[in-house]
Design a protein around this ligand. Structure first.
Ligand code: NDP
Length: 286
């Protein structure tokens, strides 16, 4: 029976690390790191995510600002707001909650955030630095996945890691981070011929797909670490992951639950990234 990788408990540890760092940074530099979150429209899931992010920021003692814009806001106004925050010296980190309403070009918005304030690590400058193996802002969910794997104490080096999903925000960066830690990495996706045959190779299996219960117990190698990034809603409104928890926990050595696994870690790593943005902007703080 697998041990539970408790993202809620680990995220509390990370947030406490940030809380201590905020105190130190304020004492040293005379101001706290500041995260600015922009939300456009009333998407209920986005509202919950943003609320949790602002709550986490408050817990760590950093400053946070929430900018709420109506779904009718023009792309030009949103870009203007981002430009304003880019040049505001009191703002260290900017997050634009996705998805955006259809009439706004998400790519344009991602490109508009100053790379040093790009707390999500989505700007092409940060993406290219990640793929070049240079210091950069690592996207929050992939960073959280790595911290969860590290908390098992298992050495990633030399392990076979299979990442199911190849999105720019989760699958690809997770794969790159695992590669950087000397795992042998396979990326599976919707055209993978025999998914089970691939996932059964994995010492470390990360599912980031968006399909409830896609990964079944018979697809898991005995003793594997299973990380479930998926957040799906069942018909009765409950949250579930991409991993069939009951059957997979029979096979895995460690497994993340949904909720309470990767989700809280994403928010905790956002706090870490805000500190990182602060340090990159304050001379001598790195
Ligand atoms: P995307 O929809 O952008 O990507 C999904 C990926 O899964 C694609 O690469 C797709 O392949 C692949 N895929 C789809 N169907 C299958 C299949 N049957 N077998 C194998 N691969 C398949 O999703 P995201 O990466 O943005 O998100 C993935 C999940 O993670 C979602 O549930 C999302 O809600 C959740 N999420 C959770 C976060 C957290 O904080 N916990 C943060 C971000 C996302 P192809 O490329 O071929 O289409």
């Amino acid at each position: 029976m697998a041990k539970i990788l408790d993202g809620k408990a680990l995220s509390a540890v990370v947030k406490d690390e940030v809380r201590s760092e905020v105190v130190e940074l304020e004492a040293k530099y005379g101001r706290k790191p500041c995260l600015c979150v922009i939300i456009v429209g009333e998407n209920p899931a986005s509202q919950v995510y943003v609320r949790n992010k602002v709550k986490a920021a408050a817990y760590t003692g950093m400053e946070s600002r929430l900018i709420e814009l109506p779904s009718s806001v023009s792309e030009e106004t949103l870009l203007g707001k981002i430009a304003e925050l880019n040049s505001d010296p009191s703002v260290d980190a900017i997050l634009v909650q996705l998805p955006l309403p259809k009439h706004i070009d998400e790519e344009k918005v991602i490109y508009a955030v100053a790379p040093e304030k790009d707390v999500d690590g989505f700007h092409p400058s940060n993406v290219s630095l990640l793929w070049l193996g240079k210091e950069c802002i690592v996207p929050c969910t992939p960073a959280g996945v790595m911290r969860l794997i590290d908390s098992t104490g298992v050495d990633i080096c030399g392990k076979t890691a299979v990442v199911v999903g190849r999105s720019n925000i989760v699958g690809k960066p997770v794969a790159k981070l695992l590669l950087d830690r000397n795992a042998t990495v396979v990326i599976a996706h919707s055209r993978t011929a025999d998914l089970g045959a691939v996932t059964r190779q994995a010492d470390i299996l990360v599912a980031a797909v968006g399909k409830p219960g896609l990964i079944k117990g018979e697809m898991v190698r005995p003793g594997a670490i299973v990380i479930d990034v998926g957040i799906n809603r069942t018909e009765d409104g409950k949250l579930c992951g991409d991993v069939d928890f009951a059957s997979c926990s029979e096979k895995a050595s460690w497994i993340t639950p949904v909720p309470g696994g990767v989700g809280p870690m994403t928010i905790a790593m956002l706090m870490k990234n805000t500190i990182r943005c602060f340090k990159s902007r304050v001379p001598g703080a790195r």
